[in-house]
Design a protein around this ligand. Structure first.
Ligand code: ADP
Ligand code: ADP
Length: 236
């Protein structure tokens, strides 16, 4: 079943073309790496999937809903989860509050403070932290954790949000190679276990081949190639 349909999708900035009539579809459960040089259009494409950027032309259907109709925050949060290089965590708060905010469509931190006193909520957050190997740090101030650990907190938050689609924009760009592989293997494993669709932009073709099932290469806003990951090694 198709979870994302892209048909003749274009986006222009002034006179510059960021996305040039892209067409492809993505099936539920696929693990997709978007690769391509800087300025190719990867972030713009992910942002159109996130409904942050509005396409100028074409059709985009996400989990059966045309993207322009995905305006309700709660519906959107059920469909789409986002993970970024900068983690987007609140550093001053303990780890567990950042994790709990994944359950809340409006990211209400006051709500996360309140929900911590609900035993089931706390249990769910601790379980998610256990799955990313951070249960023992649940009350630590988030900013005191290392970069790799903070990205794992973001993964635990994503587990609680439990969206159908995960969009990750360069999720490991700020991490050293060992931490980057640790996060990518965890991210792809969790997505597979939850039968989620994962779309990640990446710099490294090596990581794309190692952890993903399909590689879409973008160049000048167009699809340069779109292949099963195991076929890409033959080309490069
Ligand atoms: P990538 O993520 O592959 O590096 P981007 O999607 O960020 O590529 O950028 C694609 C093109 O669109 C680039 O030429 C970039 O300069 C341009 N672009 C992206 N965002 C904006 C913006 N907000 N305003 C103007 N141009 C933009
Ligand atoms: P990771 O494997 O997650 O990248 P590191 O090897 O970088 O972790 O860090 C090891 C330990 O040092 C972690 O338990 C982390 O809490 C701590 N640590 C790392 N960076 C900082 C920091 N900036 N402030 C406080 N503690 C830190």
């Amino acid at each position: 079943t198709e979870i994302i349909e892209v048909k003749n999708l274009s986006k222009y900035y002034e006179r510059k073309i960021a996305l040039s009539s892209l067409s492809f579809s993505i099936k539920k459960g696929e693990l997709i790496a978007l690769i391509g040089p800087s300025g190719a259009g990867k972030t713009t494409l992910l942002n159109t999937f996130a409904t942050i950027v509005k396409p100028d032309e074409g059709r985009l259907v996400i989990a059966g809903i045309p993207s322009e109709k995905l305006t309700n925050r709660k519906t959107l949060a059920k469909k789409i989860g986002i993970i970024r290089q900068q983690f987007d965590l609140v550093g001053q708060l303990p780890v567990i509050h950042n994790v709990l905010s994944g359950r809340l469509a409006d990211w209400g931190l006051i709500k996360s403070l309140v929900s911590l006193i609900i035993p089931q909520e706390k249990q769910a957050a601790l379980k998610a932290l256990e799955r990313v190997g951070l249960a023992d740090k649940f009350m630590e101030q988030t900013s005191k954790l290392s970069g790799g650990e903070q990205q794992r907190v973001a993964l635990a938050r994503l587990l609680l949000q439990s969206p159908e689609i995960i969009l990750a924009d360069e999720p490991v760009a700020s991490l050293d190679p060992a931490r980057a592989e640790d996060i990518l293997s965890m991210l792809t494993k969790l997505a597979q276990e939850e039968n989620q669709t994962l779309i990640t932009s990446l710099h490294s073709v090596e990581y794309a081949r190692k952890y993903f099932t399909r590689i879409i290469a973008i160049k000048n806003g167009e699809v340069f190639f779109d292949l099963p990951a195991e076929k890409v090694s033959d080309l490069l």
